[in-house]
Design a protein around this ligand. Structure first.
Ligand SMILES: C[S@@+](CC[C@H](N)C(=O)[O-])C[C@H]1O[C@@H](n2cnc3c(N)ncnc32)[C@H](O)[C@@H]1O
Length: 193
């Protein structure tokens, strides 16, 4: 991944910096659509065979997403140190012992830049070749929402910095969809032989 210093070369970085410095920034108008993070996750999962697809969610909370995943119990992994899911541990603990590769990974754990960056690097390591990673909360509305540590009920933290890094990575396909606090879609680019 790219060092924060070099993020300053990215237009997206300065967009966020400027927006978060404003006293009353214009709200990002999330697209009026029936889609949210859940519909994108389901759409991603439909690309893989239902009986063998493997799903990993980092940060599960009240199972709002996890319970909607139609896969069999052995193919869905929900990692959270506090609530929800089926694996009671941090993402670092999970990845340090993991040997499974996943088709779809949803990253929505601790909303600190450094942790989200680590989750992303680990997720890429355990993503199958055609797999898809989704990330949540990439579009903070204002400085309070992005402030670390959390002080606002609606909290994206500063994971937008990971989005800037991803947008600058040459070997990854990445875009942010302007819905549901910002949903990132990440895939490995196909290698040209
Ligand atoms: C925003 S909530 C997840 C919401 C859920 N994915 C959804 O869409 O409804 C964030 C969750 O991350 C969990 N969390 C905090 N630190 C974590 C860590 N190091 N590894 C994994 N999960 C973590 C928290 O306990 C919390 O339940």
């Amino acid at each position: 991944m790219i060092k924060l210093e070099s993020l300053k070369k990215s237009k997206l970085f300065w967009y966020f910096k400027k927006k978060l410095r404003m006293k009353s920034p214009d709200k990002i108008l999330f697209e009026k659509s029936n889609f949210n993070r859940i519909s994108f996750i389901h759409r991603a999962l439909r690309k893989f065979p239902q009986n063998s697809a493997k799903y990993l969610e980092i940060g599960v909370f009240q199972n709002a997403v996890f319970d909607t995943i139609y896969l069999s119990e052995k193919n869905k992994y929900g990692v959270d140190p506090s609530t929800g899911g089926n694996l009671r541990m941090t993402s670092d603990e999970f990845f340090s012992n993991n040997k499974t590769f996943f088709d779809v990974i949803f990253i929505d754990g601790l909303h600190h830049y450094e942790q989200c960056q680590k989750d992303c690097i680990n997720a890429l390591k355990f993503l199958k070749t055609d797999g898809i990673i989704l990330l949540h909360d990439l579009l903070p509305q204002n400085a309070d929402e992005e402030y670390v540590p959390q002080m606002n009920k609606t909290w994206t933290g500063d994971v937008w910095k990971v989005a800037v890094e991803l947008s600058m990575s040459k070997n990854l396909d990445f875009r942010i969809v302007n819905i549901d606090h910002g949903v990132g879609i990440l895939k490995k680019k196909k290698q040209k032989i």
